[in-house]
Design a protein. Structure first.
Length: 72
């Protein structure tokens, strides 16, 4: 899973899978869910993220994998 914030567009994209998106559905204003060709959720796109998501703190709790930080 990857979280990518784009300050120039104030959008947050959450990659849930490496699979490419085949279909997108807007579930509320500025929140789009991306699905692969099998119908599995692969990503979440949030426009105007700074107004919708509390981004000043990220808490990771008991994740089974590794945590990697990339400075932007």
């Amino acid at each position: 899973m990857k979280l990518n914030y784009y300050a120039d567009t104030d959008s947050l994209y959450i990659d849930l899978s490496e699979q490419p998106s085949a279909e997108s559905r807007e579930i509320s204003e500025g929140v789009v869910l991306d699905y692969d060709s099998a119908g599995n959720l692969v990503g979440i796109d949030i426009d105007n993220a700074s107004a919708k998501v509390q981004m000043n703190t990220l808490v990771l709790n008991r994740l089974p994998g590794t945590v990697e930080t990339i400075a932007g």
